[in-house]
Design a protein around this ligand. Sequence first.
Ligand code: FAD
Length: 286
Amino acid sequence: MRITEIITGATPSLSFEVFPPKTNDKYESVAGAVREIAKLNPSFMSVTYGAGGGTSEYTAKIAEEVKSYGVTSLAHLSCISSNKELVKTQIHKLKGLGIENILALRGDIPDWLDKNNLQYHYAYELIDDIKSATDFCVGGACYPECHPESESAEKDLEYLKIKVDHGCEFLTTQMFFDNDIFFRFVDRARKVGIEVPIIAGIMPITSFSQLDRIRAISGNEIPKSFLKVMEKYMDNPVAFKQMGIEYATEQARKIYENGFSAVHIYSMNKPEVASQIQNGLKDIIK
Ligand code: FAD
């Protein structure tokens, strides 16, 4: 099924993200987590591609596993450190596996990349290639707190509009911890003529070390009240995890209550986290 059909359907959607293993010896444990999350029968599952320095080798295979459990699969694909030939191969591979949806990304720019010989510079160029090759449903990323490389939030939106005009049919947000930031971003996006559905991406923070990592890489604003609660539980990992799950569940609940129908959880291959969030929202997602 196409993601756009799912997220514009009559029932609110709740989806989960998984990431593929970096090495073959981790394949079975990742595949096990994917199977457990798929058993929850989410609206769809996304599978990242080479994010955080990982490999891209297993994305298609994990996306195929997701599909084999009867769950719609969204395969991520990034382009900045790739080339036209590799992209073409990956598109055909996904097509051959019956995957219908791709999240088209530029990817972060690695230090080693020779910027003079790039075949791709921005995600919209990848969208062009996917769209001209096949009839995939193509989505893209967006940043309620602005992409870190952007000179301004206005410019970031201007470029986002270009990405949408190149055929991006839905957007998934970067994580955010203050819903007002998301609501304001959607308003601004609508004002510049971005009309495609926007899926709210929610990251449950389940350990104090995860919070440190997020602060170091994302520049997300974290509400003072949330920081205070996290500090309270920093010496109690079990209670911390529970608090993180509850915060994410409440964030999602308020997003639905404000009239949005699609939430995507960065569930980080953790079935118990995905399951508790889904359970906490069962009165909404039915
Ligand atoms: P783009 O949309 O190309 O934007 C990148 C930057 O260039 C922005 O600053 C933008 O304002 C600017 N820009 C865009 N178009 C133009 C233009 N026409 N002219 C000038 N400037 C322009 N990374 C992975 O490696 N694998 C993943 O699986 C992955 N999944 C992700 C999923 C989500 C939901 C999100 C939010 C991010 C994900 N990322 C992933 C991270 C992403 O690859 C990085 O954030 C990357 O730095 C930007 O990718 P993009 O597709 O948003 O880029």
